[in-house]
Write a protein that binds this ligand. Structure first.
Ligand code: DGJ
Length: 741
């Protein structure tokens, strides 16, 4: 049982594979934190870890005791106003105006398994033996409310998940003005905070900063998790690298507004807080109602950032993603968006599909523009009826024609949106997220449907499910192309208006839940102007996400490198598109575009009918190569080797679970004049296995490749051209390693 309870000293020790997390009941009966880090043996008492000291200016809890102050106490789920001045995990506004609470330990339950949340995405177990959970109940007797803190420790992963549930069993309404999911007080602040920041077309760039006294945070107030900041942070020791050292990851299983914050206090304690952003949030908890916070997934690694990422990858691939597509390799797809944009008809689509099928593509995805009268982005969102001007025979007939060509068929939707120029808006102008008598800002000429209302979700569900029923659709691209503004709902009472952003996300999850359970054979890919909503909440419903609208191979190095900090390759949609690239106008080789896209869920997004015979031949080979190795790309262990944020060179590799096979991707952005020699130091191989490189006769042992490294062919030196593969800017190389039997 990896959760111990020391009855005498009232301590809890959560012990995972290589990790320990220890907390206890404080003298005031609230919960105090004692340790989070590398696994330690269990002992009868950890009480020596709890320290107090009388200090000048401290506010203290007990009369006559100058030492016990919450301000210098590490806590589990802290509150504000009773001697701790740091930002709390929660706050409750009461009818008398008070925000003071005192939630003290009442009892706990330790059990095998992990409970599921109703209506919220979360990691899960398939068998109870996979994890142990502790549910701790705290009670405030004055307001008769309960907080249930839930912690789950996985057996096989260095993962602890956390969440909190508020229950009002008193006689007055309560208002949650802050309800975070987790808070951890680290002993010291000698860490760097890693975050994934960006914007449209440059999502999830890795940023790192040393912690400083005060608050550092990343947030979203946009109604979705956003591309500006991802709901992920990691604390790493300054000497931790990709491969060594201690790292603590925090990832929020949620797709809306969030706060991920580290507050360094005056005693150098670093408090990590994560949850729904308290800004513009308030939840009315009526008598007998409860509020469940989403889950935070905490990962501990003493094997650097790669160690942390590998844990997230395996957990998410196997115990977050659900449904039959979890365990299946994904089809190589072609998407018509960059090939045609809105300008297509049935003939054109079938032409692309026919050509693609001959090249080995397995799935054709019809993107935006097939419904209403959508010839550009000003109209028709919400009118999910086929545009017979473009597709006179309807979706079902198109799908079956495409099937006859040997491809399966996928369809694009943007379920959460409406255009003002649409039948849906004419009928239901109040179905928008909006505030009466206020302007209605738009994004890409469109408006957000009020998914906090059940009838709105029901309507969209009916439209989507009838299309999925009538046509042979095996894939859905679920897009979402704007952030929220003027957040309000026509039907909720005034006191609940600050619940809208969260209720909206619950509506999105509800629609996903209904569609994925009714159509389990359909592979869902989430998308939000590319990667503006790439988070674990989405992955629970949609096993893959369109990583970015930016398909330029050079930009993708950074985007994909950063995204893999938390998310597995099997979740990263990665397509080869045309050049000059539509987002940055850069020209890279077809080879490099393919070599980058292999490290993800591979596909194409261009007009194959316009390619030369030579290009088509290359595409055929790329597809054949990906199909041969996709199991490895999608389920192998990823090692990031050289970072595009530090170097002109990027490299990464995937290694099979039995370590008998690996593929390395190596990329150089700009050519170097008269360069020195280069090698790549590999990772994750079996030191005693002998590997064949690219099918050549000469072999190397794993220890040589990991310690000496693999020497690369010389680059162009200005006089000779020995290495034809790496000449000029934007070059790449794929190296295949296979153990000799
Ligand atoms: C944004 C997506 O990211 C693109 O791939 C494409 O589907 C467009 N929307 C269509 O409007």
């Amino acid at each position: 049982m990896p959760i111990f309870f020391n009855e005498k000293s009232m301590e809890f020790h959560l012990q995972g594979k290589d990790v320990s997390y220890i907390f206890h009941v404080l003298p005031n009966l609230q919960l105090g934190h004692l340790y989070y880090g590398k696994k330690v043996r269990h002992r009868e008492s950890f009480s020596h870890l709890f320290q107090t000291q009388a200090r000048a200016t401290a506010s203290c809890v007990f009369e006559g005791d100058l030492a016990f102050s919450l301000d210098q106490t590490k806590q589990e789920y802290p509150s504000y106003g009773t001697s701790d001045y740091r930002e709390p995990a929660f706050q409750i506004l009461q009818e008398n105006g008070s925000r003071i609470t005192n939630f003290t330990y009442r009892d706990h339950k330790i059990f095998s398994g992990k409970p599921r949340f109703d209506g919220l995405p979360a990691t899960y177990v398939e068998r109870d033996e996979e994890a142990t959970t502790i549910l701790i109940t705290l009670v405030d007797d004055v307001i008769s409310a309960e907080i249930q803190l839930l912690y789950t420790v996985y057996e096989a992963f260095n993962v602890i998940t956390r969440s909190a549930k508020f229950i009002n069993f008193g006689s007055e309404d309560l208002k949650l003005t802050r309800a975070l999911s987790a808070s951890v007080d680290f002993f010291d602040s000698d860490y760097e905070m890693v975050q994934l920041s960006g914007s449209w077309a440059r999502e999830r760039h890795v940023k790192c900063r040393a912690l400083q006294p005060g608050i550092q945070s990343v947030t979203s107030t946009r109604g979705t998790s956003s591309s500006q900041q991802n709901p992920f942070i990691a604390l790493k020791r300054p000497n931790a690298t990709e491969h060594i050292g201690e790292v603590f990851g925090f990832n929020f299983v949620y797709s809306g507004n969030f706060l991920a914050q580290v507050e360094v206090d005056h005693y150098d304690v670093a408090r990590v807080s994560m949850g729904i952003h308290p800004f513009d949030f308030q939840w009315v908890l009526k008598v007998n109602e409860s509020f469940q916070t989403p889950e935070v997934v905490m990962v501990y690694s003493d094997r650097g950032l790669n160690g942390m990422s590998q844990t997230y990858h395996e957990l998410y691939r196997t115990r977050l993603v659900r449904g039959p597509w979890r365990d299946k390799v994904r089809p190589v797809l072609i998407n018509n968006w960059e090939a045609t944009y809105f300008d297509f008809n049935e003939e054109k689509i079938l032409e692309i599909a026919k050509e693609s099928s001959q090249l080995g593509v397995e799935l054709f995805v019809l993107d935006d523009g097939w419904f209403g009268k959508r010839d550009d982005d000003t109209t028709s969102l919400g009118d999910w009826f086929v545009d017979e001007r473009k597709l006179p025979n309807g979706i079902a007939s198109l799908a079956s024609n495409i099937k006859e060509l040997g491809l399966s068929f996928g369809l694009w939707f943007e379920p959460e949106m409406v255009s003002k120029e649409s039948e849906l808006y004419k009928k239901h102008p109040d179905w928008l997220i909006h505030v009466e008598n206020r302007s209605q800002s738009h994004g890409r000429n469109q408006y957000v449907l009020d998914f906090s209302r059940k009838e709105v979700v029901d309507y969209i569900y009916n439209r989507m499910s009838s299309l999925l029923d009538e046509a042979d659709i095996s894939y859905v691209k679920w897009d979402m192309n704007r952030y929220m503004t003027e957040i309000g709902s026509a039907t909720l009472p005034a006191e609940r208006q600050m619940e809208v952003a969260h209720r909206y996300i619950l509506g999105v999850y509800d629609l996903y839940e209904r569609l994925t359970s009714e159509f389990p054979h359909v592979l869902f890919e989430s998308c939000a102007s590319g990667g503006c909503r790439f988070d674990p909440g989405m992955l629970y419903y949609a096993p893959q996400t369109w990583t970015s609208d930016d398909t330029d191979a050079v930009e993708r190095l950074k985007i994909q490198y950063g995204t893999t900090f938390a998310y597995p390759l099997s979740s990263l949609g990665a397509h080869v598109s045309a050049v000059p690239n539509h987002q940055v106008f850069r020209e890279t080789s077809l080879k490099m575009r393919g070599d980058v896209a292999y490290f993800g869920v591979f596909g194409y997004e261009l007009d194959v009918t316009k390619m030369t015979a030579e290009e088509k031949d290359m595409v055929k080979k790329q597809i054949a190569f990906y199909k041969e190795h996709r199991e490895l790309f999608l389920t192998g262990t990823l090692y990031r080797l050289e970072s595009p944020f530090e170097e002109n060179v990027t490299s990464w590799m995937v290694v099979s679970t039995d370590r008998t096979e690996a593929i390395v991707g190596y990329y150089q952005v700009l050519a170097r004049p008269n360069p020195g020699f280069r090698k790549i130091t590999l990772q994750g191989l079996d030191p005693d296995m002998e590997y064949m490189v690219n099918g050549e006769v000469r072999t190397f042992f794993g220890d040589e490749l990991m310690h000496i490294g693999m020497h690369l062919e010389p680059e162009f030196s200005g006089t000779d051209q020995t290495n034809r593969e790496m000449i000029g800017d934007f070059t790449s190389k794929i190296i295949h390693l296979k153990a000799v039997q």
